[in-house]
Ligand binder design. Structure first.
Ligand code: GLN
Length: 247
C-alpha cells in the first residue's frame, strides 16, 4: 500500500479559520484511493523532527502574537527545513506560516519577527491595526502543463508581502499579497505558500490532488494517474462562489 507522511507544524498555535481542514482533505482524498496517510504533529518542546523524512510539511495561519512566540523555535530548524525544500519535500504554508518562511515579518508596532529566510519575500504589517486585507479571494493559478484553474479562498491579513518573485496566482477577485495587488502567494513546484484560508484544499480539490500526485510521483518514482473522486458537491459549491464573486 502506498503511504504519504505529513508533518503538521504547531497545530496548537497556527490554526486559523479551519486550516486543519487542509490536512483532513489530504487524508480523505488519499484514503478514498487506498493510499495510507500518516500524520505527525510538532510543537514547541517536542523532539526535533527530521523534515526530510516527510512527504508533506503543513503549517497554518496565526496571529502576530503566536508568530512571535514560535519564530525562535522555528528558526532553530532553518538548515533542516532548507534541506527538505531542496530535497523536494512538499510544503503547504498558509498565511502566518507563509510569512514566517520569508525574510522577516514586521509587526504593527514595528517589531521584527525573524523569518526562516528560505524564500526571498518579506512582509510588513500596516501600522493601522484596523487596515487588513479581509474577504473572499479568487486566483487564476497554473498548476502544471499550462492548465489554468481558479482557486478560491478567504484572506485576512494585515501583513503585506513583497518581492515573492514566483506568485501562486493572478488575483481575479480580492487583494492578494498586498492591498489591491495583482498577484498572490509564492509557488515553486514543491511549495505553495499562500494567504488563502478556506480551508484552501476543501474549496480547491484540484490543488489537493496536485499535492498528492506530486508526492506520490516523487516517492515512488513513477507516473501516477490519480483515480478520480466524486466531487459533485465541491464543484457545485465552487460554481456558486465563482458566479457570485466573478460576476
Ligand atoms: N499575523 C498575520 C497578519 O495579520 C497573519 C494572519 C493570518 O495568519 N491570518 O498579517
Amino acid at each position: 500500500m502506498q503511504e504519504l507522511k505529513i508533518l503538521y507544524l504547531y497545530p496548537d498555535m497556527l490554526e486559523l479559520y479551519g486550516d486543519y481542514g487542509n490536512i483532513q482533505v489530504l487524508k480523505y482524498r488519499m484514503e478514498q484511493r487506498n493510499i495510507s496517510c500518516k500524520i505527525d504533529q510538532y510543537s514547541i518542546n517536542d523532539e526535533a523532527p527530521d523534515f526530510s523524512s516527510y512527504d508533506i510539511v503543513f503549517a497554518g495561519g496565526g496571529a502576530d502574537n503566536e508568530q512571535s512566540i514560535l519564530a525562535d523555535d522555528l528558526v532553530k530548524y532553518k538548515d533542516n527545513i532548507k534541506k527538505a525544500v531542496q530535497n523536494g519535500v512538499f510544503f503547504l504554508l498558509i498565511c502566518g506560516a507563509y510569512q514566517l518562511f520569508g525574510k522577516y515579518y514586521k509587526g504593527v508596532e514595528g517589531n521584527i519577527i525573524p523569518g526562516l529566510e528560505v524564500f526571498p519575500y518579506y512582509t510588513e504589517a500596516i501600522a493601522d491595526r484596523k487596515k487588513r486585507c479581509i474577504g473572499n479571494i479568487v486566483l487564476e493559478v497554473e498548476l502544471q502543463n499550462g492548465k489554468k484553474t481558479q482557486v478560491i479562498g478567504f484572506e485576512n491579513h494585515g501583513g503585506q508581502t513583497f518581492e515573492g518573485m514566483a506568485p501562486f496566482g493572478k488575483v481575479l477577485f480580492g487583494n492578494g499579497n498586498s492591498f489591491g495587488d495583482t498577484h498572490e502567494g509564492f509557488f515553486i513546484g514543491n511549495v505553495i505558500a499562500t494567504y488563502l484560508h478556506g480551508p484552501l484544499l476543501s474549496k480547491n480539490p484540484e490543488v489537493a490532488d496536485y499535492i498528492i500526485k506530486y508526492c506520490l510521483e516523487r516517492k515512488y518514482k513513477e507516473n501516477i494517474e490519480l483515480q478520480s473522486l466524486d466531487d459533485e458537491f465541491e464543484n457545485k459549491c465552487r460554481e456558486q462562489l465563482l458566479k457570485k464573486l466573478l460576476k
